[in-house]
Design a protein around this ligand. Structure first.
Ligand SMILES: *Cc1c(COP(=O)(O)O)cnc(C)c1O
Length: 388
């Protein structure tokens, strides 16, 4: 790349092609095998992926399904969550965590987060358990596990099942135990932007209990067993064999991807400190108990400057994003639940202040330097403006 181009070069927020390109021949070969076999559903590649994921999550069972959203829905169905039941969820998460609850006629009970890790606060959970509470769904947000030891203790005390939303956290761990292995059911997503991204939608559920595994599998295939005999009202949620074939190639590299994300996160921290920017921005907090897999890298931009910084970086063609600008308790579709601005202060502050930066494994050092330089320039001009 010539020097003249540097200023025009965009730093993408994410570029899935960089990783996939390196595996292109292997992936195409793997897809070709499925094409030639004609086994587009229930091919052996699906079972192979389930085995590998079960190994990573250290659970005896893994059941593939069509998406992370379906994994959450199927988990709630397997736990017999029904109309009017309450399920405790964070508000600071992707929509699917709560919509799965609503789709069964149950009520998502939104609780606040720990302001450092952004994960569901155990104290807030405890304070919101009622006689109608039927389950908890902690989310391992941005690739860092929630405080699962404390959350499991609360669940145990109240005899509640736990569904882990580990969509952003495959390969993460807490106190040495993998994401997905802590709860009754762990839910994973292979959406292309996740740490293990497919070439389309895909998901998986992991669990310890054999009966639970059988029920999840049954529910994911119309509750049908044997053919045309329906034990339960299930849904159709399968992982295509072609997706499994792609993921079997990519999963061999998952550890490398996680290591690279971790390296990028550490390097951001060094650069931000070296440039003196930590007087202005707050770096993401990494809990000592957590093995963080950095699905996202979010800095905290206080003083109401987040949106101005966002605009500044976008003008410089530096990829950035806000996850999530509107917390779920303030979404229009949940208005009937009666939450209002001010209900969950840590969640609302996080939605206003966090800005996400490129962190994908193939991000180059030069690109990372540009991101940091962009932020430095933002504060230089903001300081000048204030002095003027
Ligand atoms: C991506 C995601 C989901 C949904 O996964 P899909 O595979 O896109 O359906 C659920 N929860 C969280 C926290 C996610 O990030």
């Amino acid at each position: 790349m010539s020097k003249d181009n540097i200023n025009k070069t965009a730093v993408p927020l994410l570029d899935v092609n960089r990783g996939n390109r390196l595996l292109r021949d292997e992936i195409l070969q793997s897809i070709a095998e499925v094409v030639d076999s004609g086994r587009f559903l229930h091919g052996p590649q699906v079972g192979e992926l389930e085995c590998t994921v079960a190994g990573i999550c250290e659970t005896p069972h893994a059941i593939a399904c069509a998406s992370g959203s379906d994994a959450l829905l199927l988990a709630l169905m397997a736990l017999d969550i029904q109309q009017g039941d309450e399920v405790i969820v964070p508000s600071f998460t992707f929509f699917a965590t709560a919509s799965a609850v609503s789709r069964l006629g149950a009520i998502p009970v939104f609780v606040d987060i720990d302001p450092l890790t952004y994960n569901m606060s155990p104290e807030a959970v405890e304070a919101n358990v009622t006689s109608r509470t039927k389950a908890l769904i902690p989310v391992h947000l941005f690739g860092q596990c929630a405080a699962m030891d404390q959350l499991n203790a609360i669940a145990q005390k109240h005899n509640l099942p736990v569904i882990e939303d580990a969509a952003q956290a495959i390969g993460a761990a807490y106190l040495g135990k993998p994401a997905g292995a802590w709860g009754d059911i762990g839910c994973l997503s292979f959406y292309p932007t996740k740490n293990l991204g497919g070439m389309g939608d895909g998901g998986m559920m992991v669990c310890h209990d054999a009966d639970m595994a059988a029920k999840l599998r049954l529910l994911a295939s119309h509750g049908m067993q044997p053919r045309y005999h329906h034990k339960l009202v299930g849904i159709n949620s399968r992982l295509d064999t072609i997706q499994a074939a792609v993921l079997n190639v990519k999963i061999a590299h998952l550890q490398e991807y996680s290591d690279a994300r971790q390296k990028n996160a550490n390097r951001y921290a060094e650069l931000f400190q070296a440039e003196g920017l930590t007087r202005w921005i707050e770096l993401p907090h990494h809990a000592p108990e957590a093995l963080h897999v950095w699905n996202q890298y979010g800095i905290r931009v206080p003083d109401g400057l987040r949106d101005a910084m966002r605009k500044h970086l976008s003008e410089m063609n530096i990829g950035n994003e806000v996850y999530y600008p509107v917390p779920l308790h303030l979404q229009e579709c949940f208005r009937d639940l009666g939450y209002f601005d001010g209900c969950l202060p840590h969640t609302e502050a996080a939605s206003r202040e966090i800005l996400h930066l490129p962190i994908y494994p193939e991000l180059s050092e030069h690109e990372q330097d540009m991101v940091v330089a962009g932020i430095k320039r933002f504060y230089a001009s903001a300081t000048l403006r204030r002095a003027a």
